[in-house]
Design a binder for this molecule. Sequence first.
Ligand code: FES
Length: 228
Amino acid sequence: MKLLLQYKQGKDFSEDFVMDDNTKRAASAAARVEQDSQSTSQESGEAFVAYMDDSAGSRSPITGRDSKTTSAKALDRWFKERQKNHGAPRLLEVPNEALVTNGGPLQITGNITLVQEDGSVQYANHLSLCRCGHSGTKPTCDGQHIDKEFINPGKISEASEIAASQRPSKITISCIKDGPVTFRGRLRMHNQFGQECVKMRGSLCRCGQSASKPFCDGSHSRTGFKTG
Ligand code: FES
């Protein structure tokens, strides 16, 4: 550590000891890594997150073909764009879709901008949003729906407001303190029963108490739901 500090401060090492070339190169690399990590943490208050799909990168043992899901491919591409731009990722060629799972989270794929309760912004291509209200990592799911035995088949009772589209677009998901998550942008919700609902905006229940899941019906106020 003393060696690294001296190197960064431009002090003459020869007073204390003589370094060989390898030692100098190692110290230089360590100083660069530290500078890089500092500049990354200062990036405009925006953070970049990705919620990995476990099936990403898999190759079918039977066909030998790439068996990545659409969301995994989108995630790969997002990472490449992120590396190139060092900023907001470019629009990906995938529509925004949300699978309302049976007794589990809402799995959203697309060009997602997530606005947290504190106003911080994150980008993602895949999010698993808690629907049961018990996650310790709200708004994302941490698997608590299993322990809490969250029962909801994921039926969708509302009708579409607009037509579905394969065109890519952006969606902004905002977390409301002690309330739902809202979305703005085309979102196609679907479930295991073949039901679907396409909307441009809406409020999604994350307290687990709504009678019209996956949408919020205001029950979070009645039940005193707390998000943090
Ligand atoms: S967040 Fe569940 S009813 Fe509003």
